[in-house]
Design a protein around this ligand. Structure first.
Ligand code: B12
Ligand code: SF4
Length: 573
């Protein structure tokens, strides 16, 4: 490994939070090989931004003010390549930023993330190159080639535009053992955040404001299913290896979380956002639980619970280790929709079993969060009533996330929608496409369960009533919808706090809630165990400009687990 303290890469994220597991991993990987990385959170939102978003029904892909562009150019000006991490609802903004960067700086601007992976033919029209699938290895190869002055257009895992030609290179091999990756980059000295219209260098105060109190991470990647609406459908189409479980060891997971907790004393919840965590074999979950309990001791939330994977002994092991919340994907209670439209098994008996286990442990657990999908153009209201029947049979306490079905380009359901005439090429995908469901009587009755079980007389009335052909033709009640959303949110927050779960609370209020209700124990300040020392972030220079070879330069490196920056010296080769 050669030190290359002088070559800089800028990475830009468009998410409104700054959790960003993918960009942080890519940044850490490049730093590991001695490159300087600027990580820029271009669209981070503060408390008011998040609050507005919850109640907004229209989102606009507005451009950035010119002052932000000037700051962005100043940060990126010495970069050898600029990488943007793009999701589908961010694609228009990413296109505007890409064009400005290309015009102003004249360096390759590449896209990675789920959008270019799902919709490469569209993305390559704008970006100079796109990364399909995971980028830790392939992007490193591109950067190394650019740095060495070699041709990078044939790098596996990437497509590149080269004049009129497009090089569609084969895929890169997936990283089998996730422990080979470095810890996520949490060294904020070279991170920048859009703080209400000004790009500022990150510091602890800004980290608190935009990251908040929950650490968003993953233990495993992969899912055995291939639901037609999910991005896994795209990934598995790209490489069947995405179906396979790949994971960290429990020891790696604990060492990485402790490295982050050591730097950020305000974090008080861990969110494990795997696709299918509960599908891991019991022995692995047990080892995870024992290692977590011994090493971390703060509450955690598991999001990836597919009903088929519900097993009491797995739940019990995790609850014993500090799991305070879980999220189960139901999606629909109708067998035809599940089988023919979503292509996903319906295991209602497992859902009921899961709800019973959580009910049994309700003194330790926040209400279980179930995911549902509505506004499905293939679903007749009579079929949506099956979802209502299923929900009515669940044991409280619970909450629901009701998503509006979004036909994402690249997925099988998008193709099905095209054939059925349900897609509109002119309609933009924005955040509202997912979160703003139609306030119809059936949807609102489902949403009411967020507050309390629906009274029997109302349930009987709704189940008996004829709603015509398609859900979207039902009468709408937007005001009642807003009231139900607010009441549901209040319930989520209050119940969560009682169980030391701050996941429903917007940043930075979660910090205060965490201080009062979670009271995180002291994190050991020892460095990572010897077997993971190589995963710790490498020191990075925080100067701009090119030092002469052979010169010793001062660098700030996050002092491992001390929460303080330390100074070491790095020789420029
Ligand atoms: C964690 C997560 C969240 C978290 C954290 C978000 C964050 N800022 O990181 C939260 C809960 C906040 C979230 C919210 C939402 N999410 Co989300 N989320 C995920 C999840 C489960 C994991 C993402 C992740 O970190 N993966 C692990 C990393 C390692 O992979 P990665 O990010 O893809 O990055 C790799 C590659 O893509 C590539 N790469 C990424 N960036 C770059 C950049 C460059 C330059 C290069 C070269 C490579 C590269 O290399 C990376 C490392 O291998 C994914 C599903 C999934 N399994 O990926 C959905 C997913 C990203 N979410 C999705 C959606 C739709 C949403 C919501 C709209 C849901 C909703 N109903 O509200 C919101 C949007 C929030 C907002 N306001 O914008 C969709 C996006 C679909 C799409 N086509 O855009 C996904 C794919 C789930 C799905 N439906 O299939 N989400
Ligand atoms: S089970 Fe969940 S993560 Fe897996 S393919 Fe289906 S929606 Fe995606």
């Amino acid at each position: 490994m050669r030190e290359r303290a002088h070559t800089t890469i800028s990475l830009i994220s468009f998410t409104d939070d700054i959790y960003c597991i993918g960009p942080r991993r890519i940044a850490a990987q490049l730093k590991r090989y001695g490159f300087q990385v600027h990580l820029i959170f271009l669209r981070a939102t503060d408390f008011w931004g998040q609050t507005r978003q919850r109640f907004q029904t229209h989102f606009y892909n507005d451009d950035l003010p010119d002052s932000v562009y000037q700051q962005l150019f100043a940060i990126c000006k010495d970069s050898a390549v600029i990488g943007l991490s793009v999701w589908t609802h961010q694609a228009d903004q990413a296109a505007l930023v890409t064009r400005r960067l290309q015009r102003e700086l004249g360096v390759p601007v590449v896209w990675g993330g789920i959008h270019p992976t799902s919709y490469p033919e569209d993305a390559i029209k704008i970006a100079d190159g796109i990364c399909l699938g995971e980028g830790e290895i392939s992007f490193l190869r591109v950067v190394q080639a650019i740095d060495a002055g070699r041709d990078f257009h044939h790098t596996p895992g990437f497509w590149f535009r080269d004049g009129d030609r497009i090089h569609r290179n084969p895929g890169e091999k997936l990283v089998e053992n996730l422990d080979e990756l470095p810890f996520m980059d949490f060294e904020f000295e070279q991170h920048f955040v859009n703080d209400q219209g000004a790009l500022k260098r990150m510091d602890l105060a800004l980290m608190k404001k935009y990251y908040g109190a929950k650490l968003w991470t993953m233990f495993s990647q992969g899912c055995p299913y291939k639901c037609t609406f999910c991005s896994n459908d795209v990934l598995i189409g790209l490489d069947s290896g995405y179906r396979k479980f790949r994971r960290h060891s429990a020891a790696f997971f604990v060492a990485e979380v402790n490295y982050i907790l050591g730097r950020y004393p305000h974090i008080c919840n861990v969110v494990i956002d795997d696709d299918a965590f509960m599908f891991l074999p019991f022995e692995i979950i047990q080892d995870f639980s024992n290692t977590y309990k011994a090493g971390i001791r703060i509450p955690f939330f598991v999001t990836g619970v597919i009903p088929a994977s519900v097993e009491e002994r797995k739940f019990e092991a995790l609850i014993g280790a500090g799991m305070v919340k879980l999220r189960i994907g139901i999606q629909s209670g109708n067998p035809r929709i599940m089988k023919e439209v979503f292509v996903r098994p319906l295991h209602d008996e497992k859902i009921f079993a899961g709800s019973k286990i959580v009910h049994k442990h309700r003194a330790k657990m926040a209400p279980v969060q179930y995911d549902l999908i509505v506004d499905n153009p293939w679903e007749h209201p009579e079929e949506l009533k099956d979802t209502l029947r299923l929900v009515a049979g669940l044991k409280p306490p619970y909450t629901f996330t009701i998503n509006s079905l979004t036909l994402l380009p690249g997925t099988t359901i998008h193709e099905m929608g095209k054939e059925a005439g349900f897609t509109n090429p002119d309609a933009k995908i924005t955040l509202a496409s997912y979160v703003t469901y139609m306030p119809t009587e059936l949807n609102l009755t489902l949403a009411f369960y967020n507050i309390a079980p629906v009274p029997k007389f109302w349930l009987r009335r709704v189940l008996k009533r004829e709603y015509g052909n398609r859900t979207v033709t039902m009468k709408q009640y937007p005001f009642i919808g807003a009231l139900i959303s607010v009441a549901g949110l209040v319930k989520k927050v209050v119940h969560g706090l009682m169980r030391r779960d701050v996941s429903a609370i917007p940043r930075p209020l979660d910090l205060w809630a965490g201080k009062l209700f979670v009271r995180r124990p002291q994190t050991p300040t020892s460095p990572a165990p010897p077997q993971f020392e190589h995963c710790l972030p490498r020191p990075t220079a925080i100067f701009s400009g090119k030092p002469a070879p052979g010169k010793m330069i001062g660098v700030a490196a996050g002092a491992l687990n001390s929460g303080q920056p330390a100074h070491t010296e790095l020789k420029v080769l």
